[in-house]
Write a protein that binds this ligand. Structure first.
Ligand code: NAD
Ligand code: DAU
Length: 360
């Protein structure tokens, strides 16, 4: 039985990945979820797996080398899937330091702990060990409005402190592969959406605000393009790279689903109107009139678009969830899980929201 050390498993993508893995492998794998539980980490995301015998949660900061080394000493870890990060671009513009700490130093701590645990006396590595570093398409920078795509060979050109910190962490992983032949892969994925996403990000923020009749803040002209992928399709891609990807390779993961932000907002409003039952008083609040153009994000990347040719040809991965289906499932999930959203938006989120949007 293989033991997976998943970092950041209480966050959005990490928790969906853990669900995906237990659905696929059941009792045939063991998962150790290592998470600091920042504002973005929520154990409620994992309540339906928390009692499994093959699941363990460990509260730890990936920057704490003693804690991370202890986890490797006390467990036979076969695979690391590294999600833990500060993930929100707007927060990185306001407070870059924690992004460098967690995303860069935290990744270094993990690499060192895995290397120490897996390295043999002759400098080679134990058979079957693998480290998968989950990264982003934002490291490639911004595309023009015509049909260009990000490939694995596209030069890095990060613009925000977030993407610079992710690019740095990718370079560290690459340096360990190149220097030590450390057994790793890097995946660079486009924008994810789905259940359990924290409402600071575009899609859940718009759903949450529309249901409350609050303004829908559109940065700039609303025509920036993102390439949206349903989170379970990303989870599947990560698993396929782990199983079938060639060691030391980078794989881009994306759904060829490019949409302008303003299109996304209209789709959300239309879907809310369709899914809210007759007689639900929130129907009257959901309206195009809420759309409010606000000051643009500083350094706002114009367009992201992934060419997933390599992962497709080498592992057979395909994005399976059409956007029309994925967004309906996502909105239905938020409608059915109001206590979750109430819980994560109480307290600090209110302060964050007031500060982040007051001058826009
Ligand atoms: P998230 O913000 O929802 O979750 C991050 C998780 O990491 C949280 O559970 C948090 O508690 C944990 N964490 C943060 N700092 C930590 C620390 N120092 N030690 C231990 N745990 C810590 O993020 P997400 O959207 O799920 O993204 C996960 C990963 O995927 C990130 O590395 C991100 O860069 C990458 N990614 C995200 C997207 C996207 O669209 N969300 C797309 C491509 C890549
Ligand atoms: O591309 C992958 C990246 O996608 C991940 O690496 C990041 O972790 C993830 O947060 C996401 O980054 P973005 O900056 O693209 O996502 P966000 O949801 O913050 O914004 C999506 C687009 O919507 C972007 O063009 C900015 C715009 N936006 C966002 C918010 C929060 C608005 O217009 N209004 C808003 O209030």
């Amino acid at each position: 039985m293989k033991t997976y050390l998943v970092t950041g498993g209480a966050g959005f993508i990490g928790s969906n990945y853990i669900h995906y893995m237990f659905e696929k492998y059941g009792d045939d794998i063991r998962i150790l979820n290592v998470d600091k539980l920042t504002y973005a980490g929520n154990l409620e995301n994992l309540k339906d797996v928390q009692d499994r015998e093959n699941y363990t949660f460990i509260k730890a900061d990936i920057c704490d080398s003693a804690a991370i080394e202890r986890i490797f000493q006390e467990n036979t870890v076969d695979r690391v899937v590294h999600f833990a990060a500060e993930s929100h671009v707007d927060r990185s513009i306001k407070d870059p330091e924690v992004f460098v700490k967690t995303n860069v130093l935290g990744t270094l701590v993990l690499l060192n702990a895995a290397k120490a645990a897996w390295e043999l006396p002759d400098g080679s590595f134990m058979e079957g060990k693998r480290f998968l570093h989950v990264s982003t398409d934002e490291v490639y920078g911004s595309l023009s409005e015509e049909g260009e795509y990000f490939y694995e060979t596209t030069p890095y050109d990060p613009h925000s402190p977030y993407s610079a910190s992710k690019a740095s962490s990718d370079m560290l992983v690459k340096s360990y592969m190149d220097t030590y032949r450390f057994p790793a892969n890097i995946t660079n994925c486009s924008n994810n959406y789905g259940p359990y996403q924290f409402p600071e990000k575009l899609i859940p923020l718009m759903i949450h605000n529309a249901l409350a009749g609050k303004p829908l803040p559109v940065y700039g002209d609303g025509k920036n393009v993102r390439d949206w992928l349903y989170v379970m399709d990303h989870a599947k891609g990560i698993d396929l790279v782990m199983e079938k990807g060639r060691l030391f390779e980078t794989y881009n993961i994306g759904g060829h689903n490019e949409k302008q932000n303003i299109e996304i907002i209209h789709i959300i409003l239309d879907t809310l109107k369709e899914l809210l039952p007759e007689g639900d008083e929130r129907r009257a609040l959901v309206s195009e009139k809420l759309i409010t153009y606000v000051t643009d994000r500083k350094g706002h990347d114009r367009r992201y678009a992934i060419a997933p040719d390599k992962i497709r040809s080498e592992t057979g991965w395909e994005p399976e969830t059409p956007f029309a289906e994925g967004i309906k499932k996502t909105i239905a999930w938020y409608l059915a899980n109001e206590p979750w959203i109430e819980n994560v938006t109480s307290g600090d989120y209110q302060k964050y929201y007031a500060e982040m949007y007051q001058n826009r």
